[in-house]
Design a protein around this ligand. Structure first.
Ligand code: ATP
Ligand code: MG
Length: 331
């Protein structure tokens, strides 16, 4: 069963002097029980996708077109209030930098209790019990629910935000960079915790991160975004083991722990200018394999013959050769 289906999503931001084309024709779907990764460098449009589907874009952001279906309901046809209800009931959202946006003058437990009270008609005592239970689930000491955010470490504050998001037992957990800014050991613990909870609640997960290593460890499927476009998509085994898109190959080389290869090699160059709609492949000016065709149009997402693997690259049919060249650029 499909839980979330996003089709041809296009989002722009209006600024004083230009229009930013942040997300361009993005489609993907998440089946029940699947852990889905959304990867890509900073500025590729990951958070914009999440905010668009949750109806939480900033004031200057507009969904230009696209459909978003959750559990068969067309989210775009709902009012903001109706969408917010779904958001809290069925979708848990852990926003980027959530741990830094906790209210500094309210105890962590009260912040979670407040979220519960907004959506459930429960007594203060019941809400407090639930907060204690949630603290335990995320691995925090339930005796500390009256403490304030500054009394916790970064990793513990992130656990508080996870507890808050999980208060109502969601079908889908959307976590935007849940481990960024935490040290590696704490990162692993947080990821383990999210996976444990996701399994226990039988929820699906949309994990947004620039670290494809984290996705390789935790997800079944993924989309790789660049310049607001899906560059490659499919099962983690296909996309990260045998990438067919030079952008994915470059991303993999910048996270060598994935195949335990050599030192990290960052992709040279900088992200595309999003102030106009792409007329060439968005990766063309950084791609070591670009040809004239790549300068003429952005490629369609091409369905590869193996199941669950799509790639937007004009040279997709030569992928095996490109992969060898990408691995050993000297030859
Ligand atoms: P990061 O990894 O840094 O979180 P991201 O992949 O989540 O990046 P987004 O935050 O979705 O990327 O941003 C996509 C593009 O839209 C970027 O170029 C960003 O500068 C731009 N952008 C985001 N929010 C706004 C806004 N409110 N106004 C104008 N441009 C914006
Ligand atoms: Mg982001």
């Amino acid at each position: 069963m499909t839980l979330l289906n996003v089709e041809d999503l296009k989002v722009t931001y209006a600024t004083d002097d230009e229009t930013i084309h942040a997300v361009n024709d993005v489609s993907f779907s998440i089946d029940e029980g699947v852990n889905y990764g959304l990867a890509g460098e900073s500025g590729s449009g990951k958070s914009t996708v999440a905010e668009a589907l949750l109806g939480l874009l900033p004031g200057n952001g507009t969904v230009e077109r696209g459909t978003i279906e959750f559990n068969g309901t067309d989210l775009m046809s709902l009012s903001d209030a109706e969408r917010r209800d779904i958001l809290w009931e069925d979708i848990a959202y852990i926003p980027q930098s959530a741990m830094d946006s906790l209210d500094p003058v309210m105890s962590t437990g009260d912040q979670i209790a407040q979220a519960i009270h907004t959506h459930r008609n429960v007594t203060d005592a019941k809400a407090r019990d639930r907060v204690k239970e949630l603290f335990e689930i995320v691995g925090l000491d339930p005796d500390r629910i009256d403490e304030y955010p500054h009394e916790f470490s970064g990793g513990m504050r992130q656990r508080v935000t996870i507890a808050m998001a999980l208060a109502l037992e969601p079908d889908l957990i959307i976590a935007d960079e849940p481990t960024t800014g935490l040290d590696v050991i704490v990162q692993d613990k947080i990821i383990d915790k999210i996976l444990e909870i996701q399994e226990r609640m039988d929820s699906s997960l949309l994990l947004i991160t620039h670290e494809i290593g984290v996705i390789a460890e935790t997800c079944d499927e993924l989309s790789i975004l660049y310049g607001g476009k899906v560059m490659e998509q499919g099962s983690v085994d296909n996309v990260l083991v045998n990438p067919t898109n030079p952008y994915t190959m470059g991303l993999k080389n910048s996270f060598p722990e994935i195949d335990e290869s050599d030192d990290p090699v960052a992709i040279p160059g900088s992200p595309p200018n999003l102030s106009r709609e792409p007329t060439a492949c968005v990766f063309e000016d950084r791609c070591p394999f670009a040809t004239d065709e790549c300068g003429e149009s952005h490629p369609e997402l091409f369905d590869l013959p193996n199941r669950n693997h799509r790639s937007a690259c004009h040279r997709v049919k030569e992928a095996a050769q490109l992969r060898r060249d990408a691995h050993d650029p000297e030859t």
